[in-house]
Design a protein around this ligand. Structure first.
Ligand SMILES: CC(C)(COP(=O)(O)OP(=O)(O)OC[C@H]1O[C@@H](n2cnc3c(N)ncnc32)[C@H](O)[C@@H]1OP(=O)(O)O)[C@@H](O)C(=O)NCCC(=O)NCCS
Length: 163
């Protein structure tokens, strides 16, 4: 039963996820900087296949930020399930607009968000300089050899139904 594969993530699980997949907290977002203790999270865990993923978010009244999302393996629809579940939860909390940031080397993630109703609303030029002041280990070169410099901000209106 699909619903049973979702569970709430504990702070420690969020911390571990960030450590393994983003080099650890804090996460520098659009609305603020986040520690694992600031966010809520949801885990997709399918023990039989070993497929797993985690999405985390922070709510500020009628707006929210998706702080992280990762799926293993990629391309298996776990990311889609996690985003749908997080958005359902945000709607239940009265959130109308959700934002998220992705780095300028993560073209596949941008593709993923744009296909799921998000719109590119801002490019934060040289935002990675500020991220490196908080996390000096962030590399100069990112995925596919792309210089890691900027942040893309995408946004979704949760009240708007998209086809
Ligand atoms: C981005 C991510 C969460 C998407 O989850 P997913 O389970 O791979 O995505 P789904 O299988 O639900 O959807 C596949 C879509 O995601 C896109 N995608 C993004 N990154 C991908 C990857 N590394 N491998 C395969 N597909 C990827 C594909 O374009 C694909 O498009 P489609 O809708 O035409 O098939 C996941 O790929 C991931 O964890 N990537 C690494 C971490 C990351 O970049 N997180 C986002 C940080 S902002």
């Amino acid at each position: 039963m699909v619903a049973q594969r979702f569970r709430t993530a504990s702070e420690k699980e969020v911390e571990r996820d960030w450590r393994e997949f983003t080099g650890g907290g804090p996460v520098v977002g659009i609305l603020r900087q986040y520690e694992a203790s600031d966010v809520q999270g949801l885990i997709w865990d399918d023990e039989s296949s070993g497929h797993r993923g985690l999405v985390s978010w922070w709510v500020d009244g009628e707006r929210a930020e998706i702080v992280s999302v990762h799926a293993e393996p990629t391309g298996g629809a776990i990311g889609t399930r996690l985003m749908d579940a997080a958005e359902d939860e945000l709607r239940r909390c009265g959130v109308m607009k959700v934002v998220l940031a992705t780095t300028n080397d993560n073209v596949r993630a941008l593709n993923f968000y744009l296909k799921r109703g998000y719109r590119l609303v801002r490019v934060h030029l040289d935002a990675m300089d500020a991220v490196r002041r908080v996390k000096p280990a962030v590399p100069e070169i990112g995925r596919d050899g792309i210089p890691l410099r900027d942040m893309w901000e995408v946004e979704k209106d949760l009240l708007r139904r998209v086809a």
